[in-house]
Design a protein around this ligand. Sequence first.
Ligand code: KIV
Length: 377
Amino acid sequence: MHKQITSSLLRRSSPLLSRGNNYKPIVLLRGAGASQPHLNTTTTTGYQPQLHHHQHVQIQTRYSSHSPMGLPPTNPRKKVTLNTLQSMYKKGEKITMITAHDFPSAHVAEHAGMDMILVGDSLAMVALGMEDTSEVLVEEMLLHCRSVARATSRAFTVGDLPMGSYEISPQQALSTAIRFIKEGRVSAVKLEGGAEMAPTIRAITTAGIPVLAHIGLTPQRQNALGGFRVQGKSKESAKRLLRDALAVQEAGAFAMVVEAVPQEVAAFITGLLKIPTIGIGAGNGTSGQVLVQADMTGNFPPGRFLPKFVKKYGDVWGEALRAIETYRDEVKGGSYPAEEHTYPMAKEEVEAFVGDVRRLMNANASAKAEGEGEKDA
Ligand code: KIV
């Protein structure tokens, strides 16, 4: 619908006249049902989606920055299941796990070929700016689980049950775990604790929900543990750890995270188990490793404390800071946006538009002056 340019429309929309809308079109592909087999296109993220003959494709061009982040990779690798994890474990192939807390962090982990993606409650700190994990709510975890699940087509996804959502009784734990599967769209849940959590693990696994146990340093219990301390450092404490590992295995956990434990103890316990151990700060003798993504990609400001076991593989903070500072400088200095970031308009159209608006403004000004003249007279 074309609107006439009126002076009131002009007044209402005038801020827009000077604002550039530098949006890039993107092509959205949506699968639904009919056939479009020969479509040959590439999304802005560079994927070449493999379309099957039964897929209906709706193409929509959005001149907007508010575009989806791209499709999950059309990955030739098979979806990771519990069977895949067991067979990696049996072959002695290390299992790779990383945390993700939203669509972009899961998207990149999926592209990098992670076997498992954990929506850890560490997102309380790295995504929500909280002091520790005790504050994060089930609803918050579910929101993050859902966004991670949308980015994940191959990796096996696990959602962390937050403190307070599973300790009261096995029934409470089971009903939270069910929410994680139904609402969070993850494939399994993780919970912290050893032998004392065995009945809880049993209740959840009996209902058909896979459980990843978490023993050793259990950050949700930091107050009871006297802080974030290495566990299993003495003979007695190492024996307790072994009891925990055997109890959670017996209760039906498909694997366990072993956190902040001397590597000899972690390796010895791993050798006694029939399910994989995923180490974090537990040396190289576990069946796999997990790290918090923000830590290992270096997505934090300089000077932040990092535990000894973290290896910083990248400098995401440094790169983002450099990019944003450059953007700031270019906007302040007027060099962004440049010609190539703008939409073309035919010269005659621009002249006609400006001419119309000027004539209208002049007419308005004359009418106003006339009105004031009449008032004065
Ligand atoms: O919350 C988390 O990210 C975790 C990992 C450190 C294992 O529990």
